[in-house]
Every structure is written in C-alpha cells, then in structure tokens.
Write a protein that binds this ligand. Structure first.
Ligand code: F6R
Length: 329
C-alpha cells in the first residue's frame, strides 16, 4: 500500500493522457459509485462547482428522484464492476433510457455496458479500489471534460501529479510528516474536519483511508455545520475525549469566516479535546490542492497501519458483508 500511495501521482499523469471513447454531450453529470470508487464523484462535484457546472454524486441504490426529469448523463464508476448499489442505479438509468458511461475494470458493469453499447473506459486492474483513486478520479475528470462540462483537467492533473510525487517520494518530507501525525494519532480515534467546498470530500477520504488501511474507527465532520452541534458534544466525560484526536484540513479558499470559525472552535474546545492538528493544502489548482491533502491522508493511514503491524491491504469485513448480501439475494 505504501508503494501504491506513492503511485498516486503516476496514476493521475496517466489519466491525463487516456484515450476516451465517443461521449454523449451533457448538461449535467450524475456520478454513481460507492466507497473508494464513489469518492471520485464527490471530488469531481467540487471541481465542477468551481466551473459553474452541475455534477453530483449518488451513493445508494437506484437514482435520485430528479433523474427522470433533469435527465443527466449517468457516469457509473465501480472498480470491480460488481457493486450492487451502483448496478442498481445503472439498471434504473437503463429503465429511463438515460445516456450512461462506465468506468471499471470489468465485472457486471463492464458486461452491461458492452451489451448496451455504452462508452466504457477500462482502468488498470489488480488494485484495491481505494488505491486506484488517481485512475478513477483522473478518468472521471477527463470524461466530464469530454462531455463538455468542464475545461480539460489535463494541466491540473499534471500539476497534481508533480505535487503528489514530491509529497510521496520515498523517505521524503511527506512521509516524515505522516509518521509524526500517525504517532500523535496512534492511541486515538480520529475525527477529520474539512469545510464545505474543496476539503469536505478530502476529509471523507481521510476517514475512509484510516478505516480501511489502518483498520481504525474514524469519522469526518464539516465546517461550518459542525459549529452548530458537534462542539457541544466535546464537553463530554474527559475519559471519552482523551481517546479522540482532530485533524483539521485547511485550504486558502476556506474563506475568512470559516477560518475564524476554525480558530475560535479550536479555542473553545481546547480544554476538552485532547489533541488537535492541522494540515494545509498545497498547490494552485483546486484539483492539486485537494490531492495534496489526499496524499498526506493516504500516507497517514499507511503509517498508522505500519506502526501497529497491520497489513493495510485486505478489507475482510467489506468482502464478508458483500458475500453475505450475495447469499441473501
Ligand atoms: C476497497 C474500497 C471499497 C470499495 C467499495 C465499492 O478498497 O475502497 O470502499 O471501493 O466497496 O466497490 P467498487 O469500488 O468495486 O465498486
């Protein structure tokens, strides 16, 4: 997983030059996908919003109620091609005769796309879905551009790739920062704070990577909403709070009021929260800034796993749950 995390930059670079099939023109894109595949939709929704384009993610069965009237192009992303929620959305899209584009390594999604003649982009196989973020997100961004919704993301993917490479180089400063954070978090459950906009989906990615790679409980919350509820909970029994640590992700576009909220939140909870850290985005484009934070989170999750002698790769509970659901279908 350490080398896969270090490979994020080269995945982004290779996505920037992929050959796309002919794509439908889109006024709007609806991205279906779960977990390590679906997070690409959340990232892309933020990138699109910076361009005034409408891209949204759907992480459940079927389609949102508005799909039949707004008729978005549906982009189904499933690394395995066998995720039942995503397949259910694809089935609903077929029923509504919506244009569908697939990103996958094969599976049932690859089969239905080939039967229906839908455009498919095959990404390299043999990885864990969450370790294929550069391929999945990069490809989805290229498809959004190919459908006319956003300008070509290739320059931003290149910028992000260079930045991520510098952060994740072996024995570099990025891994040292990750090890320091992991040391502070090693005895704590982690809560990752982002803010509405670019860092919210990155906070979700940090949470998921810590869950799956380090096999630890972690959650994420988002400013400004968390100031309207979560801060009250920090007044709990210190025996609970002492087992928790907060990492706040910051970005230059957080805005003055959210930055003030972050500072004041820290001040008013300082006596109750046992450990608070901060990681700031780097880079110029929104994509590069999101991916710089992502790279640090990925490295922290691996450093946490390694420090506890845990293999970051397998995710047995996810596989077991999928198998049990399959037996019941
Ligand atoms: C595993 C992982 C999971 C999967 C999810 C959906 O590495 O990250 O969150 O991504 O269970 O499966 P796929 O991606 O195959 O559609």
């Amino acid at each position: 997983m350490r080398s896969l995390v270090s490979g994020l930059g080269s995945q982004l670079r290779s996505a920037a030059s992929i050959a796309l099939p002919a794509l439908p023109d889109a006024n709007e894109l609806l991205i279906l996908g779960m977990g390590g595949s679906g997070i690409s939709g959340d990232y892309l929704a933020q990138i699109a919003s910076a361009h005034g384009a409408r891209i949204s993610g759907h992480k459940s069965y079927g389609l949102p109620g508005w799909a039949g009237t707004r008729r978005p192009v549906v982009l189904a992303i499933s690394y395995s091609g066998n995720t039942e929620e995503t397949l259910s959305g694809v089935e609903a899209a077929r029923g509504l005769d919506l244009a569908v584009v697939a990103v996958t390594t094969g599976g049932a999604l690859g089969e239905v796309a080939s039967t229906e003649g839908w455009p498919v982009v095959n990404v390299p196989g043999g990885l864990q879905p969450r370790a294929a973020l550069g391929h999945l997100l990069g490809t989805a961004a290229m498809i959004a551009a190919g459908s006319g919704l956003i300008p070509s993301p290739a320059p931003d993917l290149e910028e992000a790739a260079d930045l991520v490479d510098s952060l994740t180089e072996a024995d570099g400063a990025g891994w040292a920062l990750a090890s320091d954070l992991a040391a502070d978090l090693s005895t704590r459950a982690v809560i990752v704070y982002g803010s509405t906009g670019l860092t919210a989906p990155v906070a979700q990615r940090w949470k998921a990577q810590i869950n799956e790679n380090a096999k630890r409980p972690a959650w994420f919350s988002v400013f400004p909403e968390l100031d309207h509820n979560e801060i009250v909970g920090w007044a709990a029994d210190p025996g609970v709070n002492r087992r928790l640590g907060i990492v706040t992700l910051t970005d230059r576009d957080d805005g003055a009021r959210v930055s003030s909220r972050m500072r004041i939140t820290r001040e008013v909870t300082a006596g109750d929260v046992d450990w608070i850290g901060e990681v700031r985005s780097q880079g110029e484009s929104p994509l590069a800034r999101m991916l710089s934070l992502t790279a640090v989170g990925d490295m922290v999750s691996v450093a946490l796993a390694e420090a506890s002698g845990i293999d970051p790769m397998p995710v047995a509970p996810i596989e077991d749950l999928k198998n049990r659901l399959r037996e019941e279908s």
